[in-house]
Write a protein that binds this ligand. Structure first.
Ligand code: SF4
Ligand code: SF4
Length: 116
């Protein structure tokens, strides 16, 4: 079962580089105008993410650090600046079944972003 964005820190932690949990094709999502809405949800970091110096919010350890409501690693083109080492929670995440993402956005993405 996929690890939820904000529960990651409470679970067992697989090596994120061995996780094969890609549920959505984010390239297609971005082309369809998703604007990387998931990247304002504050994923929790795993010990492995912390060892790699991915920054967390000191007021809410160990949720990823944000600025202006979005993850500090999101660039101006809605791309992840640390894609190769993005956190475990980001690798496992799917926006399609997350009720925090507006229903109309999920409806629009359904059928577009379903991964392999
Ligand atoms: S998980 Fe969904 S909202 Fe986030 S970048 Fe991918 S397609 Fe867009
Ligand atoms: S690390 Fe990358 S994929 Fe994860 S929330 Fe931040 S910008 Fe999005």
């Amino acid at each position: 079962m996929a690890i939820k964005f904000e529960e990651c820190v409470h679970n067992d932690f697989p090596d994120k580089y061995n996780v094969n949990g890609k549920k959505v094709d984010c390239e297609k999502g971005l082309q369809a105008g998703c604007k990387a809405l998931c990247c304002h949800l504050r994923p929790a970091l795993s010990p492995q993410d912390l060892e790699e110096d991915i920054e967390y919010d000191e007021k809410s350890p160990y949720l990823i650090k944000r600025e202006k409501g979005f993850c500090i690693y999101l660039d101006e083109n809605s791309k992840c600046k640390i894609y190769e080492k993005r956190p475990l929670a980001c690798r496992e995440y799917s926006c399609l079944d997350d009720e925090r993402i507006p229903r109309e956005v999920r409806f629009r993405l359904k059928g577009i972003v379903v991964g392999k």
